[in-house]
Design a protein around this ligand. Structure first.
Ligand code: PLP
Length: 408
């Protein structure tokens, strides 16, 4: 673990293009020729390494990105997909069938929550949602039918931190697969190194970083990825959420700068979180000492990448949150938009957007308050300038008052 550095692993990948290009050539084909019918047969049977069959199964461009993301997470291999949900849903369907049970964190991305709550019961798969920060509750929810423990390293939108090593211990004891969505914390946390069996990302967010595509990946053992891609029984192969080769080539290029971006996102978010907390705003950021999981997170991170770019501020009411977001957008401080990991700051009120799938009473129970604004802090060059501009918006709307700020 000490010597594992995900960015070095990415740096060390050396790919040559077909004509000696510095970027790998893009495979612009959906199907591939065979010089002999026997090789085609063997490839269908899964016995021919290095032969391509059909791009829903894999393509040279996708395999380059698979390899890079597996290197980043320290898993044997990976499988990229057309979206984060295109990675999450086949992975869970590969692991579970009718009669099986999943124990999941209750604070997860709304789409994943809706899949587990509303969709998988149609297939006979049940899920119990738990407070993932309480390992005793997690263990108590396990039944003889449980196959999977599911969580996000840093949860969306409440930024709760999962104790991956503790969960891995429970998973091992009960012979479950621990599946971790690491979308909020690429490079910062390496879940597979802490004992997770499968690590998932929505590439749409930090890893691609330019909000110009959706994408996903499942990082796991060769055996599991082979099962996902099996032509007869693999959920990825049969459901078909394949990433296009042109896109995987562009995500690959963006991945090369992820370490620089993560450091800046983390630096900027820490800066703003410290300032706004001092100003008296209810601020949630895992890098703050006041965060309930600060020490746990500190013990898990690859420190040079920091605590990530996600932060929440509670400004009291939804009306105030909406007013503030509109004003900040008007002042060019960022965009009122869902998603995260973009070079400009993005903000949204999760209760009415990305977590709207979660019923109101459950939102209240998990502490997802009305006035909560989720920020994905951008790569701003001068973050003090940004802070001053944001503070001005907050004072204009009485979210901050001159007394509270003068008390600094
Ligand atoms: N996981 C997390 C933590 C997310 O925030 C999201 C999307 O917001 C997803 C998964 C789904 O990814 P995608 O939108 O790429 O399908």
């Amino acid at each position: 673990m000490k010597n594992f550095n995900p960015a070095d692993n990415i740096q060390d990948l050396q790919y040559f293009g077909e004509f000696g290009g510095v970027n790998p050539s893009i495979s612009d084909s959906s199907t591939y020729t065979f010089l002999s019918a026997k090789t085609m047969f063997d490839t269908f049977e899964g016995n021919m390494e290095g032969c391509y069959l059909y791009s829903r199964h894999s393509s040279p461009s996708n395999l380059y990105l698979d390899k890079a993301l597996a290197a980043m997470e320290g898993t044997e291999t990976a499988n990229v997909s057309a979206s984060g949900m295109g990675a999450i849903t086949p992975t869970l369907l590969q692991l579970c069938g009718s009669g099986d049970h999943i124990v999941s964190s209750r604070t997860i991305y709304g789409g994943t929550y809706a899949f587990l709550k509303n969709f998988t019961p149609r297939l006979g798969i049940k899920t119990t949602f738990v407070d993932i920060t309480k390992l005793d509750l997690v263990e108590a929810a396990i039944t003889p039918e449980t196959k999977v423990l599911y969580c996000e390293t840093v949860s969306n939108p409440l930024l709760e931190v999962a104790d991956i090593a503790g969960l891995a211990k429970i998973a091992k004891k009960h012979n479950l697969k621990l599946v971790v969505d690491n979308t909020f914390s690429p490079l910062s946390v390496s879940p597979a190194k802490l004992g997770a069996d499968i690590v998932i990302h929505s590439l749409t967010k930090y890893i691609n970083g330019s909000s110009d595509t959706v994408g996903g990946v499942t990082c796991a053992s060769q055996e599991f990825i082979d099962s996902l891609k099996n032509v007869n029984s693999g959920a990825s192969m049969l459901l078909g959420p394949t990433m296009d080769s042109l896109r995987s080539a562009s995500v690959m290029k963006n991945l090369r700068t992820l370490h620089i971006r993560m450091k800046q996102h983390s630096y900027n978010a820490m800066y703003l979180a410290e300032r706004f907390e001092k100003d008296g705003l209810k601020t949630v950021y895992p890098g703050l000492k006041s965060h309930p999981s600060h020490e746990l997170y500190t013990s898990m991170i690859n420190p040079e990448y920091g605590f990530g770019g996600m932060m929440t501020l509670d400004v009291g009411t939804l009306a105030k949150a909406n007013e503030l977001m509109e004003l900040m957008q008007a002042k060019n401080l960022g965009y009122l938009a869902v998603s995260l990991g973009f070079y400009k700051t993005l903000f949204s009120a999760p209760g009415t957007s990305t977590s709207s799938e979660i019923p109101m009473e459950e939102q209240i129970e998990m502490g997802l308050t009305d006035g909560l604004i989720r920020f994905s802090i951008g790569l701003d060059n001068d973050i003090e300038r940004t802070y001053q501009m944001m503070k001005k918006c907050m004072m204009e709307l009485n979210v901050l008052t001159s007394e509270s700020v003068l008390m600094e």
